[in-house]
Design a protein around this ligand. Structure first.
Ligand code: FPP
Length: 231
């Protein structure tokens, strides 16, 4: 969800104005994704690197997220959306931790879309934490190093049991992955949109998903000969 700051700047408004509009866009897109039958939606709301922003901006984002979660929990339940979080929750302010835990608890029985907020999230940190958890299991005698393979590693990532990512959309014209779901995106499709996040719409999401559906995903393999002929 990139481009809130630039969107506000273009309107001659302070950056926080962009974040407030960005939160509204997030609500629209979450609803649209759920209505479209998407099973898992992960939103990169705050990265480990975002802590380096000015204190006032960080604190506004934290307050905005806490308020948003408090306000939206009942709508998540109504839409049967199950909410979870990935990231270093210990670094979050008390209010946000309470609001997040409340939303997680209140939606745990929901069986529709899984909505994952990446908050204070960094993928390298997640991978290092996973390696550490496995190392402790080995140290405690609960795991043989020979049992460690890709599939076991995946089950120790914070996103588990969500599957690998099919499609990553980044807005605002930036063409980087910025420490997001590095392991889980090994075979993802990428879509880079020039739209600034506050202007992102359901129509654009639909167009991107249509584009994604037409892509030829081979996962490193070659298509069987008969399929090559019919394409
Ligand atoms: C990137 O725009 C956006 C963020 C760092 C925060 C994302 C947060 C929101 C969309 C608002 C809260 C979200 C929810 C779901 C309640 P930027 O500030 O990096 O923009 P810039 O690159 O133009 O400066």
């Amino acid at each position: 969800m990139d481009g809130n700051g630039r969107w506000a700047q273009h309107q001659g408004r302070p950056r926080h104005f962009g974040h407030i509009k960005g939160a509204r866009t997030a609500k629209k897109i979450i609803t649209a994704a759920s209505d479209m039958g998407i099973e898992n939606l992960t939103m990169y709301a705050f990265s480990t690197e975002n802590w380096l922003r000015p204190v006032q901006e960080v604190s506004l984002l934290m307050r905005l997220l806490a308020k948003y979660l408090q306000r939206e929990t009942k709508n998540l339940i109504k839409k049967n959306i199950r909410f979870t979080i990935i990231g270093d929750l210990d670094r979050l302010p008390h209010d946000l931790k309470i609001a997040a835990n409340q939303a997680i608890w209140a939606t745990q029985a929901c069986s529709g879309m899984n909505l994952i907020f990446a908050l204070s999230y960094g993928s390298r940190q997640e991978i290092a934490e996973t390696a550490k958890a496995l190392a402790y299991k080995v140290k405690n005698g609960d795991l043989d190093p020979d049992q460690i393979d890709e599939s076991l590693f995946s089950t120790h990532l914070s996103t588990y049991p969500a599957p690998d990512v099919d499609l990553i959309i980044r807005t605002s014209g930036e063409k980087r992955i910025s420490n997001f779901l590095l392991w889980q995106s090994s075979y993802s499709e990428f879509y880079f949109s020039d739209t600034l996040w506050p202007d992102f719409s359901k129509q654009e999401l639909t167009a991107i998903i249509n584009d994604f559906s037409a892509r030829d995903r081979r996962f490193g393999k070659v298509k069987p000969h008969h399929e090559q002929l019919t394409r």
